[in-house]
Write a protein that binds this ligand. Structure first.
Ligand code: XIL
Length: 324
């Protein structure tokens, strides 16, 4: 899909996380997806609070539309995410009984996985279960699911997904897995130990998703990332980048410098991953600066326009799109 010759040897499927409302409203966005991407990931439409806002209200339609668009255009789709602390509807938060919580979790994973059975190449089964700083709080993040069910909510979710769609790739997804520093070493270690524990318990896990929200003031730990990739490989588990973008609060506010910073970081990330073997896919979180979450959630302190994604606001590819 319009990639330069030079980038060809490092080509892996390129995905775009897409919000249905923008995709529906903006033909330029749909065209940008078709020009550049192999795979759709609904950005929010499969999250718990979106898909089941109330106990008796299921809302599959926006995700269905994106998955059907991908199918109609010969592209793949993957899903995110069954378990995430940040997308829980109030009715689930209110459940205190462990038995009821487990029943709701299993029903949710089975029902949602089943609806897309055969249509999604993979699923982020759990998202952000590792403590932000495992040395301080760890190893697991203190989420509502942890409070209700303990660590076993992780194998419960994986096992329910595996028996419902045996062909889809089941992924554990998290952030801050690529940088230099003890907090990041600890996070990589926790990820490896969760994967081992799942396997020791006879629960299938096929991949680790690194979100890949990169930061201009953080260095990619290339040797550690290559080691992590190999260690996962030795366990029979793949690695992919699920939410790539660049958060840059520090570069001077000029597009050339911001884009050069992003280029360097993404290139370091890909160098580290490809050092051993290609990642399974790289997914960018929005494709275009026009539809990034960064300006709303992690904006530049100086108020200058954020440039986190490989297409600018006019859908023009930046130089670093060639890396993907
Ligand atoms: C974000 C979306 O981009 C926003 O549109 C939404 O309001 C909140 O979630 N890590 C994740 C993603 O795993 O699911 C988050 O996505 C961004 C951080």
């Amino acid at each position: 899909h319009g990639k330069s010759e030079a980038a060809a040897p490092r080509r892996v499927p390129l995905g775009g996380a897409i919000q249905a409302e923008y995709f529906d409203a903006d033909p330029a966005y749909r065209q940008a997806f078709l020009d550049h991407c192999d795979l759709i990931m609904p950005m929010n439409e499969l999250k718990f609070d979106q898909i089941r806002p109330a106990r008796d209200a299921w809302n599959f339609e926006p995700a269905d539309r994106l998955v059907e668009f991908a199918l109609a255009n010969g592209r793949q789709s993957r899903g995110t995410c069954h378990v995430w602390w940040n997308a829980l509807p109030a009715w689930v938060e209110a459940i205190d009984d462990a038995g009821e919580a487990e029943a709701v979790l299993v029903e949710h994973v089975e029902r949602v996985t089943d609806r897309y059975r055969g249509k999604l190449a993979g699923w982020d089964v759990v998202n952000e279960v590792i403590a932000n700083d495992p040395q301080q709080e760890g190893p697991l993040r203190r989420t509502d699911w942890l409070r209700k069910l303990g660590p076993r909510h992780i194998p419960i979710a994986f096992a329910a997904a595996a028996r419902t769609d045996p062909a889809t790739r089941l992924v554990i997804n998290d952030y801050d897995l690529e940088f230099v520093g003890p907090r990041f070493d600890a996070r990589r270690d926790v990820m490896l130990s969760i994967v081992r524990q799942l396997q020791d318990g006879g629960v299938e896990v096929h991949g680790v998703g690194m979100q890949g929200h990169l930061y201009a003031d953080r260095e990619i730990d290339k040797p550690a990332l290559e080691r992590f990739h190999r260690e996962l490989g030795a366990l029979g588990v793949g690695l992919l980048v699920t939410e790539l973008d660049v958060i840059d609060w520090h570069s001077p506010a000029d597009p050339q410098t911001q884009d050069a910073t992003a280029h360097r970081l993404v290139s370091d990330l890909l160098d580290a991953l490809f050092a051993w073997k290609p990642p399974e896919a790289v997914i960018v979180w929005g494709i275009s600066d026009r539809y990034s979450w960064i300006p709303a959630v992690l904006p530049r302190p100086d108020g200058a326009p954020d440039r986190p994604l490989p297409l600018d606001r006019d859908m023009v590819p930046k130089e670093w799109m060639r890396l993907l």
